[in-house]
Design a protein around this ligand. Sequence first.
Ligand code: TYD
Length: 207
Amino acid sequence: MNQGIFITFEGADGTGKTTQLASIARLLRQKGHDVVCTREPGGTKAAEKIRSLVLDAELAMGHRTEALLYLAGRADHVSELIAPALESGKIVLCDRFSDSTIVYQGCGRGIPLPALRMLDDFATCSLKPGLTILLDGDPAELAVRRQGRGVSDKFEMEGLEFQAKIRGAFLKLAASEPERIAVIDALQAETDVTEEIMTKIEALLCK
Ligand code: TYD
């Protein structure tokens, strides 16, 4: 059904996903590809509204409520934006997707993984990325790099121990799906990171 290519960017906070996604989009467009850039939480009008709710640090909510909001946003994002773009043959680059839910709500918040996987399948109609770029780095070094940018969301306020846990969970997920998830050292020079990601994407495009 999907003729396009779905690539997601994952990693703990401050790994440079957003910057890398923009660089990769630019390079792919230069090569003539039709690229759609999007993000989670968010990506559509409804999902962006959900984003502002779920990332609001002032708004107390339970972990299950939080998980369901991420998933509700994802359902809209997939049906209204991602699936149609893939059906028309585009390359979709998405800043975070299902792996973030498994890692943050599952390993971070302690929600059982089977429940999350089932709900995520429901939200996405079982859509999976063809490639996931996991930007990985030591949380303490990433925090130094992030200084000056300010703390912006609930998870960033949880501190280094939480970020280390998140990193470990992403790496465990990557080890369980090495075919899909490519782990890239986020602490390299920015241009080296971009080059490594492009190599992975080019290998996928040649398949
Ligand atoms: P965002 O401001 O997009 O930051 P980042 O640059 O780190 O991606 O914040 C997204 C936050 O939402 C991030 O801390 C991870 C969290 N998140 C979840 O907990 N579950 C999810 O399913 C998704 C998509 C994001």
